[in-house]
Design a protein around this ligand. Structure first.
Ligand code: ADP
Ligand code: MG
Length: 237
């Protein structure tokens, strides 16, 4: 199992400012699986992703990545695990303007002490997987929105990064670009990775292996590929 959330709860604040952002969430992702997460604004989608990626810690419950309980790791060990195994894609791509596409993608590897030569090689492989290898030497401002997004995805899957976490990455983009993101995520999963895609777009979500619906911090339903898109849309609307 690459990712396991075991009864994970995340509470913010206390007393009258107490917010239960996520309550008793259970979720497992195996190699090859793509899960979509849907739910209204404030329902806990980003919280779930931040906990899965070790960016935030649960108030109760446990998060396992590669069967390792994240709570047992030191801050440094958790950061290293994140750099090596987990990739994030946000709605803002967070690319560094002064670095080329290839340099943006190789950065997490170089931060991890991997040699410049190997890091560059792996960055080019990742850019190849998102089909923009020929744009490796361009700077972000020389790329379209869709291309920048592919660079962000390449950075999230570079090297040994297996768990791809995407938080509404298609929010600002047109439908075609959204479908491209989904195809790239799918291919990443087919090559042995796994991913979680937070999206508002039920047409995109319908391509995932499973859909998790959140409401008020609780997983209220799970649909799988055997549910027809029509059933699914009825559930979402
Ligand atoms: P979503 O991504 O589905 O819109 P979030 O996971 O961002 O929802 O937030 C879930 C709930 O937790 C919301 O009510 C939000 O206001 C609250 N929340 C998230 N982060 C914090 C925080 N750092 N402090 C207080 N409340 C927070
Ligand atoms: Mg969010």
């Amino acid at each position: 199992m690459i990712l396991k959330l075991h009864n994970v709860t995340r509470i913010h604040g206390e007393g009258h400012t107490r917010v239960a952002a996520l309550v008793n969430a259970k979720l497992s992702l195996d190699r090859g699986e793509l899960v979509a997460v849907m739910g209204p604004s404030g329902s806990g989608k980003s919280t779930l992703l931040a906990l899965a990626g070790g960016l935030d810690q649960p108030t109760a419950g446990k998060v396992f990545v590669d069967d390792v309980d994240l709570a047992t790791l030191s801050v440094a060990a958790r950061a290293a695990l994140r750099r090596r195994r987990i990739g994030y894609v946000f709605q803002q791509y967070n690319l560094i303007e002064g670095l080329t596409a290839a340099e943006n993608v190789s950065l997490p590897l170089e931060l991890d002490g991997i040699s410049h030569r190997i890091a560059t090689q792996q960055a080019l492989q990742a850019l190849d997987r998102v089909e923009i290898r020929e744009l490796a030497d361009r700077f972000p401002e020389e790329l379209s929105g869709g291309e920048q997004q592919r660079v962000a995805i390449a950075r999230a899957i570079v090297g040994t990064r297996t768990l791809l976490l995407a938080d509404e990455p298609t929010g600002a983009l047109d439908t075609t670009t959204g479908e491209t993101v989904l195809q790239v995520m799918r291919r990443h999963c087919e090559m042995g990775g796994c991913g979680i895609l937070v999206t508002h777009d039920s047409r995109l979500a319908a391509w995932a292996d499973r859909i998790v619906f959140l409401r008020d911090g609780r997983i209220v339903d799970e649909a799988n590929e055997w549910d027809s898109p029509a059933t699914l849309l009825a559930t979402v609307q």
